[in-house]
Design a protein around this ligand. Structure first.
Ligand code: B12
Length: 283
């Protein structure tokens, strides 16, 4: 799961040194005993702070380029920084892997993530709840919006084939799935949601260049807010490997699903959000 940490968590010390607070908290680079939650990376030996990063610089591969990569790593807080891989990738670009020590610590107690706050149901349970409580099929409309053509993720959630041994939402008898496919415009999506009387709209965004996933999601949620009054607006769900799941309010959506999501989680959330916790409006 993606997550954010409060900025104050990273305290620094010199390589090989441990600060007073680290010593008093018994930090040894792994989850401390006695309920301590300060951790640091593990490379060769416990708590040595070693990490590996990779990046590309827009320079041809030579000694200067390698020096530039090490300098960048130093500026990122890696000290010492060891270049372990450098490879030209096309004209004027070099890919690097750098291994080195950082002195930052992470306080697990300040890490913010979105925990699953609904029960995981089987397909049979989902169907039973929808049938008994909604008394009609639950309509789901899905799409990849904008110029994004990466449909594998949304198909994994929607198509019968599914993913990770779980069948997709099309397999659920009480769900009616309309998969619009790739490169769907926001007006097309709103129109399809109206036509299908969508209870939920599922949008996938995989391309994140220039924050396209954020812009497209904001445009989509704004369009639904404009097109439909609050009571008639479908549940808005976005998913993709690089979303921050804590950004629902900023993006104007009800839920964000990240990498590794399974259809069962999505179906269970739909039941939770649209049926079990919304008794009055679905009768
Ligand atoms: C396959 C692939 C393609 C295929 C897509 C085929 C298709 N029909 O989907 C093709 C070859 C067409 C392609 C094209 C391009 N691609 Co491409 N592609 C990939 C690749 C290798 C795998 C993506 C994938 O299928 N993952 C598997 C699925 C199952 O995972 P997922 O998408 O994360 O989905 C899961 C979760 O995220 C979540 N989820 C996803 N969506 C949703 C939606 C909802 C509602 C929910 C609940 C959950 C959910 O659930 C899913 C199941 O767990 C990735 C690299 C990678 N390894 O990820 C690059 C990658 C995504 N592509 C990339 C790029 C740059 C491109 C191109 C721009 C390349 C080019 N210059 O032409 C084009 C863009 C085309 C376009 N207009 O979008 C970049 C994106 C970089 C960025 N920062 O945005 C990546 C990361 C590669 C890279 N490292 O550079 N690509």
């Amino acid at each position: 799961m993606s997550g954010r940490t409060e900025r104050s968590e990273g305290r620094e010390s010199m390589p090989g040194q441990r600060s007073m607070s680290e010593r008093s908290e018994g930090v040894s680079g792994e989850r401390g005993t006695g309920g301590k939650s300060i951790v640091r990376p593990y490379g060769d030996t416990t708590g040595d702070g070693m990490v590996q990063v990779s990046f590309t610089l827009p320079v041809p591969h030579d000694k200067r380029a390698e020096g530039a990569a090490v300098q960048l790593a130093n500026r990122m807080g890696m000290d010492p920084a060891m270049l372990v891989h450098a490879k030209p990738i096309g004209d004027g670009f070099t890919f690097f892997v750098v291994y080195g020590r950082v002195n930052h610590l992470v306080d697990l107690s300040t890490v913010q993530v979105v925990e699953r706050d609904f029960p995981l149901l089987s397909a049979k349970e989902v169907n039973a709840v929808v049938k008994r409580r909604l008394r009609r099929k639950l309509s789901v409309v899905g799409a990849c919006i904008g110029t994004d053509a990466h449909t594998v993720g949304i198909d994994a959630i929607l198509n019968v084939k599914g993913i990770a041994g779980e069948k997709g939402l099309e397999y659920y008898r009480e769900l009616k799935v309309t998969n619009l496919g790739a490169q769907v415009s926001v007006p097309e999506l709103v129109e399809a949601a109206r036509r299908e009387r969508a209870d939920a709209v599922l949008v996938s965004q995989v391309v994140t260049q220039r924050d396209a996933h954020l812009h497209n999601t904001r445009e989509m949620s704004a369009a639904f807010r404009e097109a439909l009054p609050a009571g008639r607006r479908p549940l808005l769900i976005v998913g993709g490997p690089r979303f921050d799941e804590t950004m629902t309010a900023e993006l104007g959506v009800d839920r964000i699903f990240g990498r590794g999501t399974t259809p069962g989680e999505v179906a269970s959330y739909l039941v939770h959000a649209l049926v079990t916790s919304r008794k009055a409006s679905v009768a």
